[in-house]
Design a protein around this ligand. Structure first.
Ligand SMILES: [Zn+2]
Length: 282
């Protein structure tokens, strides 16, 4: 094995550190450059501003203590670049350390697995799902998976990274930001169509509908494509009872398609959408 090809250097903005990381497991895609430069990590659950805002920026001392003084069910993540390639890096750190026992003691006692180790396990599960079920869709309906990487650090203990091609902005906040004065039909249809394509292949995502938002559907305004991410709760043996596109004048009760596709269409207000008077492209 060519070990030189299996390592890269990564640095996180604001940390002052640069680490050699090693590939864990095989991967179909090679990162194009020896060095990855990542932004300061964020955490989805640190966001208290609702779905239309980006997650809060964390200070170095805040994200560096993920999994020790605080833990949550969401990973850290960061935008990054490797040569000309734009990436999204999911990060789990401090994996060798004891979690805070009083932070989530009921969960810990029940499962004997801490939240931050569950996040690391979800990276592994998702890697396998990409490998086994999403090979043909990488680069089109899902971002390319650039593999699992690991290293030991002085600042965050044992670190596990899951690296993806950057795939766009969260579609739902985009929808609400632009709803008032833009025609959002094109990308809402693209998002619904993307979910439908997975169902036609027997894949249900499982985590597309949040409490009052749509999750894990991204839209790239440059390429005008929709992609799905985060396949940690997905099924590849979905028996679809209606892979058709939702009927244009249907309803939540009579969508003319499978439940998950219909839920996304409903959340995007596809059934009762009235275009603004002066429609313009985004
Ligand atoms: Zn279905």
């Amino acid at each position: 094995m060519d070990m030189a090809g299996e390592q890269r250097r990564i640095s996180f903005h604001g940390s002052g550190f640069s680490n050699i990381m090693y590939r864990a497991g095989v991967c179909s895609y090679e990162l194009p450059d020896a060095h990855i430069t990542a932004d300061a990590p964020r955490c989805r659950e640190s966001d208290n501003h609702g779905p239309s805002h980006a997650p809060s920026l964390l200070r170095y001392d805040e994200w560096q203590s993920w999994g020790t003084t605080w833990q949550c069910n969401s990973c850290l993540f960061a935008g990054a670049t490797c040569g000309d390639l734009k990436l999204c890096v999911k990060i789990a750190i401090n994996l060798e350390k004891e979690p805070p026992r009083d932070a989530d003691s009921i969960f810990y006692e029940r499962t004997r697995v801490s939240a931050h180790l569950s996040v690391a396990q979800s990276f592994l599960d998702e890697y396998k799902f990409y490998r086994d079920h999403l090979q043909e869709l990488q680069g089109t309906l899902v971002p390319r998976h650039y593999g699992l990487w690991r290293f030991n650090s002085t600042w965050g203990g044992v670190v596990l990274l899951s690296i993806f091609e950057w795939a766009g902005s969260p579609s739902f906040p985009l929808f609400y930001r632009t709803l008032a004065n833009k025609d959002t039909t094109e990308y809402r249809v693209a998002c619904i169509q993307a979910v439908r394509e997975f169902h036609k292949r027997g894949i249900s995502h499982g985590q597309l509908i949040g409490i009052c938002n749509i999750r894990h559907i991204l839209f790239d305004l440059e390429t005008r494509t929709a992609r799905l991410i985060d396949f940690t709760s997905s099924s590849a043996d979905h028996e679809c009872n209606g892979p058709n596109f939702p009927v244009p004048h249907g309803s939540d009760n009579f969508p003319g398609c499978c439940d998950e596709v219909a839920s996304v269409a409903g959340a995007f207000q596809y059934y009762n959408y009235v275009p603004p008077i002066h429609e313009t492209r985004l």
